[in-house]
Design a protein around this ligand. Structure first.
Ligand code: IMP
Length: 431
């Protein structure tokens, strides 16, 4: 069996939940490596619905180890709340089935507040963040002033670390006309929850090494999508972490050679939440119809997602940057009732054709999609489980994506139900 990394290959919300759930049933260990509680997905296991934001998908299954890696930013109060909600549903979460990296960065209330202030200001472009404090927490991490999980273990050390952090935050707050952070209260608030977090804390990189030596199968669970990557996405309209597959290694502390298969989740059309460039966006009734059929509303913020045609240029770019081994194509059934379908196969920029999304934001807003038209299949694909049963026109659509991106399609999802999947290749089996 091999270790698998799953990532979103568009702007997030590709339907990772269902695929990750299927994979986590087969894995022994499930590790999150980036992002925080800005991610969100719903799992339905044995008729019970679980809403996860920060915890890895394996947490709802018995005899699985869940890991929150050092690349994740953790709001300790949000984490404890999520644990409580799951415990109410009968899930047992202990230091035996949850490990949290001792060197993971904490999201503190000031991060959330700053995220909100920036989103509300009229002076800069709004990013459309989830307002969870993700960006400000990552800024403190790379600014070398963050509070990390293990800092909670020592009050003196915590106090010193906070001085560094508050020096920075209070100067920003002063310029914004906000009151200084009450350090004593913050230390007291953290003291109340420290032991509840610290009990899960461990050097995660060592644990992963142990699991590798025991030949356990590890699933690395990505959040968001490649086009929200802070380096490779539509910067600055991105999240603040690296969402590319390579991040699984840095975000948990295992060598890149730990991972044998990279599964890119790809939705059969394109969506994005929040602001930013979106070349194939359909601001018309077709876009609304895709949104209605695909139930395109955010899990975390309940915002309506922007919808558009499949952008093969972007997905190919994702496949290359993340080294995707196979595509899990999701939500193909949403396209059942469209007479014409379009796939973007290039862009026009300043009168020239380009075959990738340039990095300059101004160009990303300017590119005009070049489309290839496909006949819609106008047949019900919902619930299909075998490739041979897919309408010929749907097969043509899927095969085009495969050929254009140069990556095989490992599965096709034909409804939100787990069993409604056409499985063409098992990522865990050494191929
Ligand atoms: P942040 O991650 O809250 O800082 O938000 C930055 C951008 O990433 C915004 O456009 C968000 O809408 C987007 N984003 C963050 N998390 C997700 C997700 O899980 N799915 C889709 N978009 C997300």
């Amino acid at each position: 069996m091999s270790n698998v990394t799953v990532i979103g290959s568009q702007w997030g919300d590709e339907g990772k939940g269902k695929i990750v759930d299927w994979l986590s049933e087969k894995a022994d260990v499930i590790a999150r490596f980036q992002g925080g509680h800005n991610a969100g997905h719903t799992l339905v296991v044995n008729q019970v619905t679980y809403k996860l934001k920060l915890l890895p998908s394996g947490i709802v299954r018995k005899n699985k180890i869940s890991i929150i890696g050092n690349g994740v930013v953790i709001d300790p109060w949000a984490l404890l709340d999520e644990i409580k909600q799951l415990e109410k549903l009968g899930i047992k979460i202990t230091e035996k089935n949850l490990y949290i990296a001792e060197n993971a960065t904490l999201i503190l209330p000031m991060h959330k507040e700053l995220d909100g202030i920036r989103e509300d200001t009229k002076n800069t472009d709004k990013i459309g963040t989830t307002r969870r404090g993700i960006g400000p927490a990552y800024e403190d991490k790379v600014g070398r002033r963050a509070i990390r999980v293990m800092d909670l273990a020592n009050k003196n050390n915590l106090s010193k670390r906070l001085d560094m952090m508050l020096f920075h935050h209070n100067s920003i707050r002063k310029s914004l006309g906000k009151s200084k952070i009450n350090k004593k209260r913050l230390i007291n608030d953290l003291a109340k929850i420290s032991s509840k977090i610290l009990k899960y804390s461990t050097p995660v990189w060592k644990k992963i090494e142990e699991f590798k030596n025991k030949k356990k199968t590890i699933l690395f669970e990505g959040a968001q999508g490649l086009l929200l990557d802070v380096d490779h996405g539509t910067y600055p309209f991105v999240t603040s972490s690296n969402t590319v597959a390579g991040s699984a290694s840095t975000g948990t502390g295992c060598g890149p050679n730990t991972i044998n298969y990279i599964l890119g989740i790809v939705k059969a059309y394109t969506t994005r939440v929040g602001e930013g460039p979106f070349p194939t966006e359909l601001k018309n009734e077709i876009g609304n119809k895709i949104g209605r059929k695909g139930k395109e509303f955010g899990t975390v913020t309940n915002r309506k997602r922007r919808c558009g045609w499949f952008d093969a240029v972007l997905v190919k770019q994702s496949c290359i940057i993340s080294g995707i081994s196979g595509i899990a194509l999701t939500k193909i059934d949403v396209l059942d009732q469209f007479k014409d379908l379009y796939i973007c196969v290039g862009y026009k920029l300043n009168g020239k054709r380009v075959n990738y999304l340039p990095s300059a934001l101004s160009d990303q807003f300017k590119v005009k999609p070049i489309y290839k038209r496909f006949d819609g299949w106008l047949e019900n694909t919902q619930g299909i489980k075998k490739w041979k049963d897919l309408p010929v026109k749907a097969k043509k659509y899927v095969n085009f994506i495969r050929d254009y991106c140069g990556v095989k399609v490992s599965s096709i999802s034909t409804s939100p139900k787990r069993e409604d999947t056409i499985l063409l290749e098992n990522p865990f089996k050494k191929n």
